[in-house]
Ligand binder design. Structure first.
Ligand SMILES: Nc1ncnc2c1ncn2[C@@H]1O[C@H](COP(=O)(O)OP(=O)(O)OP(=O)(O)O)[C@@H](O)[C@H]1O
Ligand SMILES: O=C(O)c1ccc[n+]([C@@H]2O[C@H](COP(=O)([O-])O)[C@@H](O)[C@H]2O)c1
Length: 197
């Protein structure tokens, strides 16, 4: 294991919440805690990204975002990591491939807000991502319905688990995904950045 990479045991169920976290907020904490409970996860890792490959403008420095994310992730089951920067990766397909190699036997689940599900078919090798890990889509104001009808949702319609079976997602053979309804948070980093200007 490389220095600075988080530890995990084979058999553990780990949710991966990738994001810019520019900055982290209570919405991230809320969806992580809902995912822990409803998906029966042992841990959630916040993967603080070096930068979203689809976004033209770079985020705040990684060290600044990491520090704020650590201060926000007030739950011992949530771990904040800059593993993508350490491995020199930023595309999710590459990251998941590397995690599978570094952590054999760990059951990773990709977590994302419903806004990202709407865009998912634009991601690099998105079908390979869906074939590699189960995916939980967390409802977010403004995109919950759109996520149900997204291009990726339609292509992966047979792989969708009913919400009542969400606890089975981590052990499901991919492609498998679920849309989780939850008491939604309207918080976003974009709004917080506006407040900081
Ligand atoms: N309030 C929220 N409800 C549900 N999902 C969320 C919420 N905030 C963020 N997410 C999800 O968390 C992941 C990381 O989010 P990110 O760091 O981009 O924050 P953000 O608030 O979406 O930022 P920005 O406004 O800059 O796009 C994404 O999958 C995003 O969809
Ligand atoms: O790999 C891609 O093509 C890709 C395209 C868009 C977003 N992502 C990932 O999705 C996560 C959420 O991104 P963001 O910018 O909305 O916080 C983060 O881990 C990004 O690296 C990945």
């Amino acid at each position: 294991m490389r220095t600075g990479c988080p530890l995990a045991r084979p058999g553990q169920r780990i949710g991966i919440l990738g994001g810019s976290f520019d900055p982290a907020h209570q919405g991230h904490l809320l969806i992580s805690q809902v995912a822990l409970r409803r998906l029966g996860l042992d841990r959630v890792w916040w993967l603080v990204s070096p930068g979203n490959p689809l976004k033209a403008h770079g985020p705040a420095p990684l060290a600044t975002r990491m520090a704020a994310a650590r201060a926000t992730a007030r739950d011992p089951r949530i771990l904040v990591t800059d593993i993508e920067a350490r491995l020199g990766l930023r595309k999710t397909a590459d990251t998941l491939h590397a995690l599978a190699r570094l952590y054999p036997g760990v059951r990773f689940v990709w977590l994302m807000g419903s806004d990202n599900m709407v865009q998912f078919h634009h991601w690099d090798r998105w079908r390979a991502i869906a074939d590699q890990v189960p995916i939980a889509v967390m409802a977010r104001p403004g995109s919950r319905l759109a996520a149900r009808h997204a291009v990726a949702a339609s292509i992966l319609r047979r792989a969708r688990l009913p919400e009542a079976r969400a606890a089975l997602l981590a052990q499901a053979r991919p492609p498998a995904w679920v849309l989780l309804n939850l008491p939604m948070s309207g918080l976003s980093s974009t709004e917080l950045r506006k407040g900081l200007r």
